[in-house]
Design a protein around this ligand. Structure first.
Ligand SMILES: Nc1ncnc2c1ncn2[C@@H]1O[C@H](COP(=O)(O)OP(=O)(O)OP(=O)(O)O)[C@@H](O)[C@H]1O
Ligand SMILES: O=P(O)(O)OC[C@H]1O[C@H](OP(=O)(O)OP(=O)(O)O)[C@H](O)[C@@H]1O
Length: 231
């Protein structure tokens, strides 16, 4: 059986993802030319590398078309329903750190917690004639956190495909759910993170699709052990 590992072909995780495999003794060699989206591992014939974007990797692991992938936990949990049933986080890799957070305008002086925000959401329609609007590309994580964890049901999600932090100032939404690493984009847009508003502390992970044929497969166990030992 050939084991396929999905690695980022571009973006901020590309270099670190390849480096961690090399430290684990799995040296990647391109198949064909530089632009090829396939690779293999030097000296090992039954591992194949598929170069994909970080979000495609999350999807392909969910579909089981790759066995392993290196991608952000945020993309796994946003991309897959019941992620823990479908995938296993085999290792947390120590790069690509970012938090998915709830942020509100700094001028909302009396809103510091999710409970405060729940009060705002409850009153929003009578005060403003519409529901509280949340700009995000993290639909699933937002719904789980607001409706599931905090019992806040009165809101509307406004899909944002970029520059989410600008949505409140632009009048497209009232608050946001987005990723932050240094916090500088939030500050530049006069937004503050609620004190209990961190939805997920994400980083790059080695993720395995839960497949029956992985049980007792020596190569699968070896890949996990080698990457864990390289951290
Ligand atoms: N400052 C940051 N901003 C956005 N994402 C970050 C940041 N720091 C780390 N990440 C992580 O990087 C991953 C996204 O990487 P990247 O933006 O390179 O993907 P991508 O190649 O753009 O994927 P796609 O094109 O499919 O969206 C996510 O898991 C995210 O959590
Ligand atoms: O907390 P900070 O360090 O300011 O980083 C957070 C910002 O960085 C990312 O955007 P980026 O401009 O990298 O583009 P992307 O959304 O296309 O990845 C992300 O979407 C945030 O907007």
């Amino acid at each position: 059986m050939t084991i396929t590992i999905g690695l980022p072909s571009k973006g901020r995780m590309k270099e670190d993802a390849s480096a961690v495999l090399e430290r684990a003794g799995l040296k990647i060699v391109a198949v064909g030319n530089d632009r090829s989206y396939r690779g293999r591992i030097e000296g090992i014939d039954d591992i194949e590398i598929a170069f994909l974007s970080a979000s495609e990797i999350a999807r392909e692991i969910g579909a089981g078309t790759v066995d392993f992938g290196v991608t952000g936990e945020d993309l796994i949990r946003e991309g897959l329903a019941e992620a823990d049933k479908r995938v296993e986080i085999s290792a947390r890799l120590g790069f690509g750190h970012a938090d998915v957070v709830v942020a509100v305008p700094e001028i909302w002086l009396d809103v510091d917690t999710m409970a405060d925000l729940g009060d705002v959401a409850a009153d929003f329609r009578s005060r403003h004639g519409r529901r509280l609007a949340i700009a995000t590309k993290y639909w699933r994580l937002t719904q789980q956190f607001f409706s599931g964890s905090h019992g806040i049901q009165l809101y509307r999600i406004v899909e944002s495909l970029g520059a989410t932090e600008g949505a409140p100032a632009a009048g497209q939404a009232d608050i946001i759910v987005d990723i932050t690493s240094t916090g500088s984009t939030l500050r530049a847009n006069h937004l503050k993170i609620l004190s209990d508003g961190v939805i997920l502390r994400s980083e790059a992970c080695l993720v395995r699709a839960r497949k029956p044929e992985h049980e007792g497969n020596a190569r699968v166990a070896e890949i996990v052990a080698a990457v864990q030992a390289a951290l």
